[in-house]
Structures are given as structure tokens and as C-alpha cells.
Design a protein around this ligand. Structure first.
Ligand SMILES: *Cc1c(COP(=O)(O)O)cnc(C)c1O
Length: 431
């Protein structure tokens, strides 16, 4: 195309396509700037952000208190490495431990690193505390899991796309079916050190476990001297209408993995939390990260936790999540058979599209064209995870646009057989 007729959108997408590795296929929106629940593209179009960067932007974009905390810290010091102490790490860890109810926290950067930390901790605990021979510990993981993209983690993914050609993979992971205790029992052996599991499977399509599963799992882990480690990188910090999704299940895990929203939408901040008896397996030199717990990240994460409390974001998520779910279920009923189901907890919803009628991707792109950002997961699920700061009015606006989008598609589907008939009639007349 002639350079003079290219839009800024095409220019920016073109550069990413030309120079970037092709490991993503983004929705064709070029974000220029954002504030709270709104995003503007380079053409000046406004979108309602119903995706929240996969729940990393739970506080809304550029929350003023978080930006101020970052700016204050940027005038002091940002990165020193863990070779020295600082003034923000201790207060952050104290707040995090109080909020989550654990003795200790180990800060990392990305979610995958915190999961890796949990895996190391579980294996070493298995060897040193449980007495499993070194190098033989097994961790149970759910089919359909998503825990990140390192080679160890994709090694136990059930997604062929995440694994193909990346082996050899680390041994020591055994699968069970999410929500199925019989399969957990069958997978457990004498060398099982831990179960690593999401409380709700996000990437799999916002799959909520059957009631009682986690209580039984907790009991099974206790009876078999197995650690229960819950990955709340996406579910934690209010997303599901509780501080932590495990609270819905009336249990407490032995290890907790956090990330995404912990960075307040500004920085990558993650952590692994556990009580003394488990965390004690880490001694100086056994694990680390150059950037983990850096002064800037700790300042922002501390303020991020404080903002969740001060702005009652957990309560908002619970109340507004119910509203969102109810409204989306009404739309689903209206748009049958295009929409098969609507699942969710708090401000975290998966809308199941019938692949016989449309792909989730097609609807996501149509929604974006009408000014609402969402994201598909697999071919069949549209995922909504708006900032927890969103208002009821804005949810209604987004759902109204979603309704127009799916009703339009439904009407096209209804018209399609008639078009087909007319074409055949036309052919008959012509013959
Ligand atoms: C996003 C996510 C991760 C990985 O986090 P990254 O920051 O992308 O490494 C791990 N576990 C769960 C449940 C997630 O949703």
C-alpha cells in the first residue's frame, strides 16, 4: 500500500508485524493511551476496556495513587538488586502477608517466575520435609491448566500449541481432571509433594470448579501429606469478588501464587506466599531474581494493595460481577443458539460461543469495532475481566454493545439459510 494512504493503525501494526516475532495475534487495535476503564487508539477512537490486560489492570489504567507512588519512588531509588536492603520491600511484604494470611512472601516479577518458585519450594519441601528421594518428587497438575510459559511450565500444559517442538520437558508432573477427586486420588503416589492448581481455570475458559471440590482436595492433601498450592495470579486480589478465590471454597492453601494485579497495572510484580514451615526450605543462595522485589515494584505493589482496601474493590467486584453475569445471561438467552453458556465469578466472565455458528475471535473483533475490548480464549470463549473500578453504568454500556453485536450476528445466521434458498431459487430460474 502507498505510504501516504496508510492509517496510523496500519503503520504501527505493520512495524510490529515486520520486526516482531510472530508469537501473538493481537486484536487490530493500536492503543495510544488509557485512563481508568477507557482506552483510546491512535485514530482517537474510545473503547471500554472489558479485558483489563488479563486482569493485570484491576485498578484501572494509570490509577492516580499508583502513578503518584511510582513517581515518589522514582525520585529516590528504583533498582538496587537484593544485594542490599531497601525502605519499600519490608512494608510491602508485611502488607502482603497480612492481606493473604501467610507468614512469609517471596517476591518475583512475572507470574511464571512465581509459579517456578512454588515448584522449587514444593520439590525441596518434598525432599527435606516429607522425605521423598531427591529428584523424585511429583507435582499434580490439572488438565487444562495455565501457569505460564517457561519450559518447565509448558511441559505440563495440555495445550499442544504451547508445547509443540519445545521439548524435552522436565519430568515430575502428573495430570488429574480439574474438579474430579477420583482422578486426583488415582494420580497421587508416595512421591507426590504438591498439587498445583488454579482456583478457577482462566485460560481454559473461566471454568468454575464443582462445589465442594476444593474442600475435598484440601482434605486429601492433609491426609496424604501433600502441599496444596493455589495459583491465583489471575484470580487473586479481588477478581472473583473475594480477596482470594480460595475463600469461596472455605479453605486455605499451603502455598499461594500471586501476580498480575499485584503490580497495579504499572509493573510486573509477583510473589509466592507460604507459612514458615514451608518457606523455610529456602536459605540464602537457593533462589533469587535480580529485579524481584525491587524498590519501585515494592512501592507500587504496596500502594496497589492499599488501594484495593481503600476503594473497596473486592466488594465492588462481588456486587458488580453479579450484575454483569446476570445481564450477560439475559443476552445469551436472547442470542441463542449463538451463545451456549455464561460462566464466572466476580468481575471475571467467560461467554461460551457455539463454534457451529461463530468463532469467539470474530465476535471479539466485532465488539472492538463497536468500542468494547475483550479477548477470546481458545476458539470458543470470550473473556471479560474489566478493571474492578468499573461503574455499573459503564458495565451496562458495554453489555448493551455486546448485545447489539451478538443480536446482529444471530440475525445474520437466521438470514443466511434464506439467502442460501434465494440463491438456489435464482439458479433454478436461470436454468
Ligand atoms: C497469567 C498467568 C500466569 C503467568 O503470568 P505471567 O506474568 O504471564 O508470567 C500464571 N498463572 C496464571 C493462573 C495466570 O493467569
Amino acid at each position: 500500500m502507498d505510504a501516504s494512504t496508510r492509517t496510523p493503525t496500519q503503520d504501527f501494526i505493520g512495524k510490529e508485524a515486520r520486526y516482531g516475532a510472530r508469537n501473538y495475534k493481537p486484536v487490530p487495535v493500536v492503543v495510544d493511551h488509557a485512563r481508568d476503564c477507557f482506552v483510546w487508539d491512535v485514530e482517537g477512537r474510545r473503547y471500554i476496556d472489558m479485558m483489563g490486560a488479563y486482569s493485570a489492570v484491576s485498578h484501572g489504567h494509570l490509577h492516580p495513587r499508583l502513578v503518584a507512588a511510582a513517581q515518589r519512588q522514582l525520585e529516590r531509588v528504583a533498582v538496587t538488586s537484593r544485594a542490599y536492603h531497601g525502605t519499600t520491600l519490608g512494608p510491602f511484604l508485611e502488607k502482603l502477608c497480612r492481606v493473604a494470611g501467610f507468614d512469609r512472601a517471596l517476591p518475583m516479577n512475572t507470574g511464571a517466575e512465581a509459579v517456578e518458585t512454588a515448584i522449587k519450594c514444593a520439590r525441596r519441601w518434598g525432599h527435606r520435609v516429607k522425605g521423598i528421594p531427591d529428584g523424585r518428587a511429583e507435582i499434580l497438575v490439572a488438565r487444562g491448566n495455565f501457569h505460564g510459559r517457561t519450559t518447565t511450565i509448558v511441559g505440563f500444559s495440555s495445550e499442544p500449541e504451547y508445547r509443540a517442538g519445545f521439548g524435552p520437558f522436565a519430568p515430575g508432573f502428573v495430570h488429574f481432571d480439574f474438579g474430579d477427586m477420583a482422578s486426583v486420588r488415582a494420580a497421587t503416589g508416595p512421591n507426590t509433594c504438591a498439587v498445583l492448581v488454579e482456583p478457577i481455570q482462566g485460560e481454559a475458559g473461566v471454568i468454575v470448579p464443582p462445589a465442594g471440590f476444593f474442600a475435598q482436595l484440601r482434605d486429601w492433601c492433609d491426609r496424604n501429606n501433600v502441599l496444596l498450592i493455589i495459583d491465583e495470579v489471575q484470580a487473586g486480589l479481588g477478581r472473583t469478588g473475594r480477596w482470594f478465590a480460595f475463600e469461596h471454597e472455605g479453605i486455605r492453601p499451603d502455598g499461594l501464587v500471586l501476580g498480575k494485579a499485584l503490580g497495579g497495572g504499572l509493573l510486573p510484580v509477583s510473589a509466592f506466599l507460604a507459612d514458615d514451615a514451608v518457606m523455610a526450605v529456602f536459605d540464602p543462595g537457593s533462589h533469587g531474581s535480580t529485579f524481584g522485589g525491587n524498590a519501585l515494584a515494592a512501592a507500587v505493589a504496596l500502594e496497589a494493595l492499599q488501594v484495593i482496601e481503600d476503594e473497596h474493590l473486592v466488594e465492588r467486584s462481588a456486587a458488580l460481577g453479579e450484575h454483569l453475569l446476570r445481564r450477560l445471561r439475559d443476552v445469551a438467552n436472547e442470542a441463542r443458539p449463538l451463545i451456549r453458556a455464561v460462566r464466572g465469578r466476580g468481575l471475571w466472565v467467560g461467554v461460551d460461543v457455539d463454534p457451529a455458528h461463530a468463532t469467539a475471535r470474530e465476535l471479539v473483533e466485532r465488539l472492538a469495532a463497536r468500542g468494547v475490548l475483550s479477548k477470546e480464549t481458545h476458539e470458543t470463549v470470550i473473556r471479560f475481566a474489566p478493571p474492578l473500578t468499573i461503574s455499573r453504568e459503564l458495565i451496562d454500556e458495554a453489555v448493551d454493545i455486546f448485545r447489539q453485536t451478538v443480536v446482529e450476528k444471530r440475525d445474520e445466521l437466521r438470514a443466511a439459510p434464506r439467502l442460501e434458498q434465494r440463491r438456489r431459487d435464482g439458479e433454478r430460474l436461470a436454468a
